[in-house]
Ligand binder design. Sequence first.
Ligand code: PMV
Length: 319
Amino acid sequence: MAARGAPMATGAAPGKVILFGEHAAVYGRPAIAAALGSGLGAVVQADAAGPVLHIPAWGQNVRVRPDGTGGFESLSKAFAAALGLAGLDTPEARRVGVTMDGELPPSVGLGSSAAFSVALLRALGQWRGRPFSDAEILEAAFALETVFHGSPSGVDHTVATLGGCLRFERGRTPAYSPVAIAVPVPLVVAFAPRESAGRQMVEGLRARHDALPAVYARIFDAIGEIAEAGVAALAAGDLPRLGQLFTLNHDLLRACGVASAANDALVALARQHGALGAKLTGAGGGGSVIALVPGDPEPLLRACVAGGYGAFATRVDAT
Ligand code: PMV
């Protein structure tokens, strides 16, 4: 099942921002997530020294082997799993080199592991001569996401696979539905290094939840209601309401203990520079914040850079 004459195969997938409902999504509450304009692309070529996967854009010269000999444990396990899922398991079929590229920063809550998984699977599917369907990608990428995140809700890889803006609810069939957006939603994404892995943030909250389940159930219910109100605000094009809901969602994530000092500082910076509201996005413990900035984003972008943070302006398009 090797190259079938194709010298090269490609796959791509976007990153994402969670507009509402991270963490509560793990407990079956709705989350709203939108694909970003930036993502990751994968190119597969024949490589006699393969299998090897190279991500020059991620620094540290990430060069991963599925047997783990190159380090980067989660990436190498996910690479091994992807080769298996694509049926590339004979020594001949495994003579591949994969190069990943893209502007999506890794490990800051913008869905880099999901974009990695989906882009890699798409490229390997094309390489073997039988591309995966979206349904197959959803299933296979979930398997890879469990390598990275233990027991993820599935929101990240669903958006990475399908794109657009989706309402996601774990346990529902289907788990996702499109969200109508009346006017473009202008965002600034600002990020700090993560202090803890997303998986640790999810596990930490699980322990706190299990000690006081009724209390956390109420917080998660409130986050779910905020997500539903967010869907209505997106459909109505009501940006002030959306901003108010961002900030409410952030304050409840603080109550859950997943907002770091850097997340709070970025939310405060955003509000000082014209944001209608801001919240952490993703698992927290550092990582990214989204700010709803209807005016000129430059002052906030400059303030983020001056504070030593990464930042970029983007928008969620109307549908
Ligand atoms: O891995 P991140 O930072 O994109 O966060 C994913 C969202 C969580 O709700 C925290 C976890 C999940 O599986 O939904």
